[in-house]
Design a protein around this ligand. Structure first.
Ligand code: CU
Length: 225
């Protein structure tokens, strides 16, 4: 009887562990709500006349304004992108992205990522001014889009998002006045890509752990389709 009881207990214990694991895995694997670019008119480009799609996201010094809800979810103090990190843009279109950057920053280890790479014209605009890069000492975050090693059109785009100065005025939402960054790129056929931040704004691993390696914070997906 004792053995049976022991077996029963361990099976129940195992089932409980499996249930908990299953729950946390399914939560981690569930995709955030998809944010789709909206198309307004057409644009004349070197690839011809294309639909012009627009997408606006933001970077925050915490996770109170994005997909984790107003209480910030599991890590309210983690830096985040919002309102979603699950992005979708149309294929064969000109995409113009706007990123409202609400966070402070500092010096980026790898100054390559203080430059603009892979955008239309090799530029971004910061608060309306067109530039090809920013000071490596003045980086808040980056938006860096990579290709998957799969049979689909390749892409690499990286734009630096300048840090907000510590003396920037506060807005009604409690965040400082953001730096507004825009850039454009032309999409090819359907594909699925990942993006992340290359400024070490996270925890552990020299700043590349925690929010830096977690979708919903400083990493996400971009579907072209
Ligand atoms: Cu970052």
């Amino acid at each position: 009887m004792r053995m049976w009881a022991g077996v029963t207990a361990s099976v129940i214990g195992g089932a409980a562990v499996a249930t908990l694991l299953g729950t946390s895995l399914s939560l981690a694997a569930s995709s955030p709500p998809q944010l789709r670019a909206s198309v307004h008119g057409v644009a004349q480009t070197s690839s011809g006349t294309l639909p012009h799609a627009y997408l606006t996201i933001a970077t925050y010094p915490d996770s109170l304004a994005g997909e984790h809800g107003a209480n910030g979810g599991a890590h309210p103090d983690w830096v985040s992108y919002g309102p979603s990190t699950n992005l979708e843009v149309p294929a064969h279109a000109l995409v113009t992205m706007t990123i409202d950057q609400y966070d402070t920053g500092g010096t980026i280890d790898n100054s390559y990522f203080a430059g603009v790479h892979g955008t239309l014209g090799g530029t971004e605009t910061v608060n309306g001014k067109t530039i090809t890069g920013i000071s490596a000492d003045d980086v808040g975050h980056t938006f860096t889009l990579h290709m998957f090693p799969a049979d689909q059109p390749g892409v690499f785009i990286s734009v630096p998002l300048p840090a907000v100065s510590a003396s920037a005025p506060s807005l009604a939402n409690g965040y400082p006045k953001p730096n507004v960054v825009t850039f454009s790129f032309i999409t090819a056929g359907p594909g699925r890509y990942v993006w992340n931040c290359e400024y070490p704004c996270g925890s552990q691993y020299a700043g590349f752990g925690g929010p830096m390696s977690t979708q919903g914070y400083m990493a996400g997906t971009l579907t072209v389709g």
